[in-house]
Design a binder for this molecule. Structure first.
Ligand SMILES: [Zn+2]
Length: 212
């Protein structure tokens, strides 16, 4: 039994019944319904499962799909569960914040990450990171490719400063709150800049440092 099947079984034990399955571009959506008593409210739950390892695209598709279905008022409360393998939880949270404007709706979405041991074998060991580097700053300074894609998507491929169309070959990624002052390497703290704007901004930061 794989991790997803285990999750489904867990829900079925709670009284949820699988009602339908829909194929999406990057995965599958299952709908479960819980009937509470004869006259009680129905409760719905969506479980999304990606085809392969979760990517920005699959998560974005799931979140959009979920928001769409929750907008359709069919009378009973729903909640969403996103089941992913090798998932970047931070990215998921950033995406959720960026995409789902309704706070109540956002809070109904949970992420379930696979605990499949075989899949975690290939992950780099956390022990490699020296202890003294932990704490205030994020260990990783460079944005991951998935984060870069997300930032570019959010900015519609335009420079965050001058709003001119960015050249993908020269685009530079910058921390809004500088990494050196504890700014985190997360999508919401990132921005894409053209070479010229990045130079001006970095120069401004350096002047600020000198003033201190
Ligand atoms: Zn610019």
């Amino acid at each position: 039994m794989d991790a997803f099947e285990k999750l489904v079984l867990k829900y079925e034990k709670q009284g949820y019944k699988r009602e339908n399955k829909k194929s999406l571009k990057y995965g599958v959506r299952y709908f479960f319904r819980l009937r509470k008593g004869l006259l009680g409210w129905d409760q719905g739950a969506y479980i999304y499962s990606p085809n392969a390892n979760s990517s920005t695209e699959s998560m974005r598709e799931f979140l959009t799909d979920y928001e769409k279905y929750c907008d359709e008022d069919d009378g009973y409360p729903k909640k969403g569960l996103f089941f992913c393998y090798d998932c970047d939880e931070k990215l998921f949270k950033d995406l959720k914040l960026a995409m789902i404007r309704d706070k109540d709706l956002r809070n109904t979405i949970k992420l379930a990450v696979s605990t499949d041991k075989d899949k975690s074998k290939n992950r780099p060991s956390k022990a490699i990171t020296p202890k003294e580097n932990r704490g205030q700053r994020d260990i990783r300074r460079a944005f991951a490719q998935t984060q870069k894609n997300e930032i570019l998507f959010q900015q519609d491929g335009k420079c965050a400063e001058c709003h001119k169309k960015l050249d993908p070959r020269t685009v530079e990624f910058d921390h809004k709150e500088p990494w050196a002052s504890g700014g985190r390497t997360v999508t919401i703290n990132g921005r894409a800049l053209c070479v010229g704007c990045h130079k001006i901004i970095s120069h401004r930061h350096r002047l600020k440092q000198v003033d201190k």
